[in-house]
Write a protein that binds this ligand. Structure first.
Ligand code: AMP
Ligand code: MG
Length: 429
């Protein structure tokens, strides 16, 4: 067939496959986003503060602003009485100036009055002790002596004006978004999310919600993969189903070439009709791989040429739903993370004691769906039942993929294996 000379099939380890994919998936350009839309994104600029945070010295407690000097020797049995000369709440500017033996009533966050160098919390005072002085001024009894700066938040203590607060490359988590807001910043530049086109292929597929015909199956890959893309930080564009004919397939793939990454499912295995392969071969430079993993051995990857001449990476996953999701985990997710400018592309891997054996018949790396639990500080991995790659519920039950390496024909009950945690601990943000 004409297309055949345009591709070849190679045998690769998971690492080799990933390396080739990552080589061709490069970080995307930056875009300016309001801070509420930056969670999970990588900052594309250094952030420098134009203000001190806090802006002014202020009180860390509700209490009295004083001069620490006024309270030398104060104790529960021998309180010091100070004249209360004013009151200041958060958001106000104090007009009173604190002098020796005077105090200003102050609320948390209110600016410290001039002359004051410490705050005494209400707990260490008695407002009802002797209500008034001989000249009719309110007085406050204070039961402790304190050091200057006590319960005072210094201006610029968190952030100094001119300071670099966040560095380009920082992965923005919720506190970072708060820090940006604390600087008065409402939008920043972040690496944008890839738009990821998702195309399912196969004449047997019916969309959920439509009527099932005999011999057909519901298209679960589009929804499962789109959700996995969202969870990885990408923006899915579902292209629907392409039946196994050149016209629909070419049209659908072309629709996908307006995005940053095209993910297809099915049509890449040896036994398949050659339609997918032929169409792909005409639209770019795609290789067909045999990856030493189970599930998901047959894979396609390469660069398709978009209408504007732009290269769009294409990842062709196997059709079986578990294979598609496991291959996405190993190869698609890291590609999306890299495009988003992230550098930590791996799920956490733990050591766990097997509660079921994992068999390996043909020298591939087995990713067995497992439930990981922890007892007395030890992780245990129990398989989620039959490991056939069409059993999607076995994937839904799993929080980890327990690994039997290529070189081992079995990992027995009680043996310690590596488990890639796909759902715990929560690692997204
Ligand atoms: P294939 O890669 O075309 O050989 O497909 C392998 C198996 O996956 C077949 O049983 C297909 O029916 C099934 N399959 C292919 N695409 C999908 C899909 N989008 N959703 C669910 N199952 C699928
Ligand atoms: Mg098929």
């Amino acid at each position: 067939m004409a297309g055949h000379q345009h591709y070849h099939e190679s045998m690769l380890s998971v690492e080799e496959a990933l390396e080739r994919i990552l080589d061709l998936c490069i970080p995307l350009n930056a875009e300016r986003r309001t801070i509420l839309e930056t969670l999970g994104h990588v900052l594309a600029e250094d952030v420098i503060s134009s203000i001190d945070v806090p802006q002014l010295d202020n009180s860390a407690m509700d209490g009295y602003a004083v001069q620490a000097n006024s309270l030398v020797g104060a104790s529960k049995s021998s309180p010091v009485l100070l004249d209360v000369i004013g009151n200041v709440a958060a958001g106000q500017l104090p007009d009173a100036v604190v002098r020796p033996r005077t105090a200003v009533r102050i609320m948390t966050g209110a600016p410290l009055p001039k002359g004051a160098d410490a705050v005494i919390p209400f707990e260490d005072t008695d407002e009802g002790y002797p209500r008034h002085s001989s000249v009719g001024v309110n007085r406050i009894a204070i039961f402790t002596q304190v050091d200057p700066t006590s319960h005072v938040r210094a201006a610029g203590r968190d952030i100094k004006r001119g300071e670099q607060v966040l560095e380009r490359g920082t992965l923005l988590r919720s506190p970072h978004v708060g820090v940006l807001a604390s600087l008065g910043i409402n939008a920043v530049k972040v690496v944008r999310s890839p738009k990821v086109a998702i195309l399912s292929t196969g004449d047997e597929l019916v969309e959920p919600g439509e009527e099932m015909k005999p011999g057909h199956i519901y298209n679960s890959n589009s929804s499962g993969l789109a959700s996995a893309v969202v969870r990885s930080g990408g923006e899915p564009k579902i292209l629907g189903i392409a039946s196994d004919n050149v016209q629909t397939l070419s049209a659908k793939i072309e629709e996908g070439l307006t995005t940053d990454l095209l993910i297809t499912s099915a049509g890449v295995s040896r036994g398949d009709y050659d339609i997918v392969k032929d169409v792909l071969a005409k639209m770019g430079k795609i290789e067909f791989w045999s990856v030493r993993m189970r599930p998901a051995k047959p894979l396609a990857f390469g660069i398709l040429t978009g209408p504007d001449g732009r290269g769009v990476p294409h990842l062709g996953l196997p059709g079986n739903p578990v294979s598609a999701l496991v291959a996405f985990e190993q190869l698609g997710r890291p590609a999306i993370l890299k495009m988003m400018g992230k550098t930590d592309l791996k799920r956490p891997v733990i050591d766990a004691v097997l509660k079921d054996p994992i068999y390996n018949a043909d020298g591939r790396r087995v990713y067995a769906r497992a439930v990981v639990t922890k007892r007395n500080g030890v992780y245990y991995a129990k398989l989620t039942g039959h490991q056939d790659s069409n059993l999607l519920t076995s994937m839904a039950k799993a929080n980890g993929l327990a690994i039997c390496p290529e070189e081992d024909s079995v990992k027995k009950i009680g043996e310690v294996v590596k488990v890639q945690m796909i759902d715990w601990p929560e690692v997204v943000f």
